[in-house]
Design a protein around this ligand. Structure first.
Ligand SMILES: [Zn+2]
Ligand SMILES: [Zn+2]
Length: 253
């Protein structure tokens, strides 16, 4: 089983997951050409994808979706409201559109969509379960106990560590944008991410820190902040892995 974060950040998000013989993407926020290239670099063919699951309609999650569906006919799954809110909705072939509310079966896998707080039509994270569970959860304003339940008992997790609060507050973003990011419908800070992990009862073995801001975070800072809080709280045996905007990061599990 393999997770490859092909790209992660505000310029485009796309994650490839291979489990129990099925191959899925979560989000298609980079060009279809780049998805094809990155997949071929890890020995995977774009034509063999079983589906792409979209978390929400922001462009950094759907930029490559129209081409991906038109050229390769890959089925797309997402909430109905998200489909309606996509600017590329009319470009997606009808037969590729699969609205889902809760969960869907893909071969031996169960993929579950769960609601997350973010400023989009009906944003979700996904848990993908076969013999083990893998969770993708980015673009979240906060994590409450309901959301935490969805994250429990994952073997591997792609979890947002968007910003350092001080870098954001002291940075150059205009105040309305800062307020949006810090709000309950914005993005998780490094500290939020760490505490989310601390509070899980059944912790993941591997966590890929994702959707790092290029303006308001630094990879080393995200890693250090999360690691420090985990250490202080006595959390052991959790591997943290940084993802990147312009480089594929793969993990076996
Ligand atoms: Zn995003
Ligand atoms: Zn977003």
């Amino acid at each position: 089983m393999q997770v490859s974060v092909l790209a992660s950040g505000s310029k485009g998000n796309c994650t490839f997951i291979e489990m129990e013989g099925s191959r899925l993407l979560v989000d298609a926020g980079i060009s279809a050409r780049r998805i094809k290239q990155e997949l071929s670099n890890i020995g995977q063919a774009i034509e063999k994808l079983d589906g792409v699951f979209i978390t929400h309609e922001h462009s950094d999650h759907i930029n490559g979706l129209a081409t991906l569906t038109k050229k390769y006919g890959i089925p797309v799954y997402s909430r109905p409201e998200t489909f309606r809110a996509m600017n590329c909705y009319r470009d997606i072939p009808q037969e590729c559109i699969n609205p889902i509310m809760d969960r869907v079966r893909i071969n031996k896998l169960t993929v579950k969509a769960f609601g997350i707080p973010h400023d989009a039509a009906d944003p979700v994270g996904y848990s993908i379960t076969g013999s083990v569970k893998c969770v993708v959860a980015t673009d979240m304003g906060f994590v409450d106990s309901n959301l935490r339940r969805e994250l429990e008992s994952a073997r591997v997790m792609i979890l947002e560590a968007n910003h350092d609060v001080d870098m954001l507050k002291n940075g150059e973003y205009p105040w309305p944008l800062k307020r949006r990011i810090l709000s309950n419908r914005g993005h998780l800070s490094n500290i939020d991410t760490a505490w989310t992990l601390v509070h899980l009862k059944q912790k993941p073995q591997k966590v890929l820190l994702a959707h790092l801001s290029e303006s308001n975070n630094l990879p080393e800072l995200a890693m250090k902040t999360v690691r420090q809080i985990l250490d202080q709280q006595g959390v052991k045996n959790m591997e943290l892995i940084l993802t990147a905007q312009d480089r594929c990061v793969s993990v076996d599990f």
